[in-house]
Design a protein around this ligand. Structure first.
Ligand code: ZN
Length: 275
C-alpha cells in the first residue's frame, strides 16, 4: 500500500446522473475488503459544504499520506445533486439521512422518501457499505458541534477521536456516547431523534455476516470554532448562522477547524490498526 497514491471510483449515480466519488489509499479493485477498513463520509446534506471541503483536504494532506497500513475510503460527496443546488435534500426533495432502512418513519420531520432506501444515493451507499464492510464509519455533518457515537460498539472509537484533541481543540465540541445495549427500551429516546439516519442504521441496525457491527460516529462540525465551550443548547438558527459565517469567511472557518478534524479522522483511521 502506498499512502501517496489515491485510487478513485464511483460508487453509483445520483438522481440526475452525477457520480458519487470514492477515494481510497488502496486499490478499490481488490477482490476482498481489507481488515479494519475506515469509511469517511461527507456531503450527505448538500447545504453543508464544510463537510465536503474538509474531507477533500484530508485526502490531499500529509496526514493522509502518513496513513500507510490503515486502509481508508473517503466519500466526500454523498449527495452531489443537493450540493449542486445548495440543498439539504437530493434532487427529489428527500433527506438522505432519513431514508435509511432502520427505524424509518413516514412521518419524519424531514422528508424521508416514500419508502426506506427509495433513493439511488442511499442505495449506492448501503450497497457499498455491505460490500466493503467497514469496521469504522465517520460521517460529517454541520454544525451541531459534537462527536456522536451510535451504539455501544462505537464508544471506544469516539473516545479515541476525542483523545486526539488537545483541550483547546475540544472547546467547541461535546462528546456523546451510549453504553446502552441494543434493543433496550431507553433506546426509544435515541430512536426518536433522526429516524432513518445513517447513524442509526450503522450503529443499531447493521450486523455483518461475521456478526460484527461497525463503529459509527457522526462528527458534527463546530458551530462556533472559537467558542470557549460548547453551549448546552445551540440556537434554532444555528445552521443559518454558521452558513452566514461560512459566506463571510470560509477560509477562517476552515483554518480554525481543520487541524482538529484531521486529527480526529487520523485517530479513527489508526484505531485498532495493530490488533
Ligand atoms: Zn447534516
Amino acid at each position: 500500500m502506498s499512502g501517496s497514491q489515491i485510487f478513485i471510483r464511483s460508487i453509483g449515480t445520483s438522481c440526475e446522473g452525477l457520480g458519487i466519488p470514492a477515494y481510497a489509499n488502496f486499490d478499490l479493485a481488490a477482490a476482498a475488503p481489507p481488515e479494519n477498513l475506515t469509511l469517511l463520509i461527507g456531503g450527505t446534506h448538500g447545504n453543508e459544504p464544510a463537510t465536503v471541503v474538509l474531507l477533500e483536504s484530508f485526502f490531499q494532506s500529509s496526514a493522509w499520506t502518513a496513513l500507510d497500513g490503515c486502509p481508508t475510503i473517503v466519500l466526500p460527496l454523498a449527495n452531489p445533486d443537493g450540493y449542486k443546488r445548495g440543498s439539504r435534500y437530493n434532487a427529489r426533495g428527500v433527506d438522505l439521512n432519513r431514508n435509511c432502512g432502520f427505524n424509518w418513519h413516514a412521518e419524519s420531520a424531514e422528508p424521508p422518501g416514500p419508502t426506506p432506501w427509495s433513493e439511488p444515493e442511499s442505495q449506492a451507499l448501503r450497497d457499498f457499505i455491505l460490500a466493503w464492510r467497514p469496521a469504522k464509519i465517520v460521517s460529517l455533518h454541520w454544525a451541531l458541534a459534537e462527536l456522536d457515537a451510535d451504539g455501544p460498539q462505537s464508544t471506544a472509537l469516539a473516545q479515541a477521536m476525542w483523545a486526539a484533541l488537545d483541550d483547546a481543540a475540544r472547546r467547541p465540541y461535546r462528546l456523546r456516547v451510549t453504553e446502552l445495549g441494543r434493543g433496550q427500551r431507553r433506546l426509544q429516546e435515541t430512536y426518536a431523534i433522526c429516524p432513518g439516519s445513517l447513524g442509526q442504521w450503522c450503529g443499531y441496525g447493521l450486523t455483518y455476516p461475521d456478526a460484527t457491527a461497525p463503529a459509527m460516529i457522526t462528527l458534527e462540525l463546530p458551530y462556533d470554532p472559537h467558542a470557549a465551550s460548547r453551549p448546552d443548547a445551540l440556537p434554532d438558527a444555528h445552521l443559518d448562522e454558521v452558513r452566514a459565517l461560512w459566506q463571510r469567511d470560509s477560509a477562517g472557518y476552515l483554518r480554525a477547524v481543520e487541524p482538529g478534524i484531521h486529527a480526529m479522522l487520523t485517530a479513527a483511521c489508526r484505531f485498532l490498526q495493530n490488533h
